[in-house]
Design a protein around this ligand. Structure first.
Ligand code: MSP
Length: 651
């Protein structure tokens, strides 16, 4: 990684496309990386933009009866609006129709032509309109492009860039610089491609066939091939041939982020072009995998676009950002399902992080009038949690450099879980009851400090929500955006600060289908009609024995909080659950494994039958029973409305 700056780019998207999760993912990834490098105090530049020349824009304009430029102007808004809505903080948005870009493309072309790097020749090849590129006969699979798109044969006079002369240099460069193409298996893919003889690159299109592009400076019968034009965006945007100071500040790029489908253009065409221009190579070209829906790449042509706007509108930008970043192991493909999305949201964000935030903040509010308390002496437990959080900072930084954000994020959530366990173990509600104010203040302080660190670490991924949490913790506007140094310092959240707005961070997504309304309706009406009768003469419905209230109160029901849950070996329906009743911890066996995953249970507030005779179920001791309600196959744990500490009695 370059030591002095961080310059990250996304591919520039075909302006004619409708933005989908594929585009959104690369752009979010760049945004998250840029925000992490800003957190590391590295001067950062993040570039995105649109690819506006070429056949598709031309065809769409003809169809709409407008000019190609008008067509591009109409559609570019779809991208700029989407990025705005997604909170993408880019530093520059380049359009290949910007004069600042086309002028530089023309100057580069002229220079290369003058130097003999570009020559005129006869072209014979197979052109794929939808991918805007030529294929050789050998590259076709069953008469189609390797991507399965239709191709047409074309023979015409054209201009060529002497790409072939750089083949050996490129192979050596890739071998000598293992970080140049990442992940490793993509480097091997490019090296595999380079085993075949590399031809020269046709860089022109006759205007008779395609009038929409950058005109060649020396021959106005031709426009420039769209990829040759598009790749130049990475340098024209930062002042190449125009503003040396700016260019030298940012070049070479740290990462060109791309999808795996545009590997060859970025790892073969672009490096040879740069070599001919005499440019230093970018540090890393990183190809991520695809987001799949039902096993297929999401794209407009397949017709399975999961509109990011829709997902965002339903569940919020930050939850989508979190899911995409935490779920994809960079480089590999990942499958997007709404079900999986909700599962992760509910477990990591609602149950773990949101729950921790609300527990701590509410207790500070209630017991210290909303002012961060002064901590007393730290115990071993306190310091253990602090070190857990510090370690998360180191892991996140290391994983960022290794492009494994998913592992880093999951490690941060591990600290959140640890903090929830710490909170349960310290049982601040009992400290409050016993009026142990100093210890109570320390426990709340330690957890709040831990939240400050965690919220800083997740800020680049979920900036709006973590901004909210950091303000709730009492951080001032200038402290909301985190810096690495602060995250490694214990005690930044000095006592005496007033908490900010305490609204819920991540309300749980309720996946319950609306119940059959008419059934419930009928039941309500029947109860109403029978009211008089039942009040006059209590009668047991057939088969149900009535009990008196004293019998009922023999059952001791108490509020419990789930500390952990694990599968019981060889028992598909059972989970071994550890709970706290405030003053005691217990283990019990619950038959809910088909309805809840262990992760979903941790942190839940439930109702436990506390005076049940202990039993051994499948070799596991069980002391108590959790209450659950069921309707058909649906089983839901009974819980309390609002916040009550473990141990509270029910009845
Ligand atoms: N215009 C060219 C890029 C020129 S860069 C000098 C282009 N544009 S694109 O709009 O078709 O695609 C842009 C990026 O979106 C590619 O990196 C592509 O891999 C990515 N994605 C498109 N669909 C995708 C998924 N389903 N999942 C993840 N990313 C995918 O190519």
């Amino acid at each position: 990684m370059n030591e002095d700056h961080f310059y990250v780019t996304t591919p520039i998207y075909y302006v004619n496309d409708v933005p989908h999760i594929g585009h959104a993912y690369t752009t979010m990834l760049a945004d998250v990386l840029a925000r992490y490098y800003r957190l590391l105090d590295k001067p950062t530049f993040f570039l995105t933009g649109t690819d506006e020349h070429g056949q598709k824009v031309h065809d769409a304009a003809v169809k709409a009866g407008i000019t190609a430029q008008e067509q591009a102007d109409r559609t570019v808004i779809r991208f700029s609006d989407t990025w705005k809505k997604m909170g993408i903080a880019y530093d520059d948005f380049i359009r290949t129709t910007d004069k600042r870009h086309t002028d530089v493309v023309r100057e580069i072309l002229q220079k290369l032509y003058d130097e003999g790097e570009i020559y005129r020749g006869e072209y014979e090849g197979w052109y794929c309109v939808s991918e805007e590129r030529f294929y050789t006969e050998k590259e076709l699979i069953d008469g189609k492009s390797p991507e399965g798109k239709p191709v047409e044969k074309i023979v015409e006079a054209n201009y060529f860039f002497k790409m072939s002369k750089y083949q050996d240099w490129l192979i050596n460069y890739i071998n000598d610089n293992p970080e140049f193409i990442q992940p490793d298996f993509r480097r091997n893919e490019t090296l595999g491609f380079l085993k075949k003889e590399l031809g020269d690159l046709c860089i022109s299109r006759p205007k008779t066939r395609l009038p929409w592009g950058v005109e060649l400076p020396w021959d106005n019968n031709y426009v420039c091939y769209v990829w040759f034009d598009a790749l130049v965006n990475y340098i024209s945007s930062i002042g190449y041939l125009r503003d040396d100071e700016k260019f030298n500040q940012w070049w070479p790029a740290s990462y060109h982020l791309i999808g795996k489908d545009i590997l060859t253009t970025h790892t073969v065409y672009w490096p040879t072009m740069m070599k001919a221009m005499g440019l230093e190579m970018p540090k890393t070209i990183f190809a991520h995998g695809w987001w799949l829906v039902g096993g297929e790449k999401m794209s407009k042509s397949v017709g399975n676009v999961t509109d990011p706007m829709q997902v965002m509108d339903l569940y919020g930008v930050d939850s989508l950002r979190y899911y995409l970043m935490a779920e994809m192991s960079l480089g590999q493909d990942a499958t997007f399902t709404q079900e999986n999305f909700i599962k992760r949201y509910n477990s990591d964000l609602a149950n773990d992080l949101g729950n921790l935030g609300s527990r701590v903040l509410k207790m500070i509010q209630k017991n210290f009038a909303g002012v961060v308390p002064e901590p007393g002496e730290f115990t071993e437990d306190d310091l253990k949690l602090r070190d857990h959080a510090f370690e998360a900072v180191d892991v996140m930084e290391e994983r960022l450099h290794g492009m494994r954000l998913d592992i880093g994020i999951n490690r941060v959530i591990e600290t959140v879980r640890e903090a929830n366990r710490y909170f349960d173990k310290m049982a601040p509600w009992t400290l409050a009851k016993k009026k142990e104010a100093e210890r109570l203040g320390t426990v709340l302080y330690v957890t709040a400090e831990c939240l400050r660190i965690v919220s800083g670490l997740l800020y680049p991924v979920v900036p709006a929500k973590m901004g909210q949490l950091r303000r709730s913790l009492g951080l001032s506007e200038s402290e909301v955006e985190p810096h690495l140094a602060g995250l490694k310092e214990w005690g930044r959240l000095n006592s005496g600060r007033n908490l900010g707005d305490l609204s819920a961070l991540f309300p749980r997504i309720d996946t319950k289908k609306p119940k059959t309304a008419d059934k419930a309706d009928k039941a309500a009406k029947a109860t109403e009609a029978d009211k008089d009768k039942s009040e006059a003469k209590p009668e047991a419905p057939e088969g149900i024995a009535l009990i008196d209230i004293d019998t009922f109160f023999k059952t001791q029901l108490r509020v419990a909080r789930i500390l952990s849950a694990k599968a019981v070996p060889k028992a598909k329906r059972l989970l071994r659950v550890e709970i706290t009743l405030g003053d005691e911890e217990r283990q019990l066996v619950a038959g809910i494994a088909e309805h809840y995953t262990p992760e979903e249970l941790v942190g839940k507030t439930v109702i436990c039958v506390a005076n049940l005779k202990p039993a051994t179920i499948r070799g596991v001791e069980s002391k108590g029973m959790l209450l659950a309600a069921s309707a058909g196959k649906t089983v839901k744990l009974v819980t309390v409305e609002g916040d009550l500490p473990p141990g509270a009695s029910v009845g």
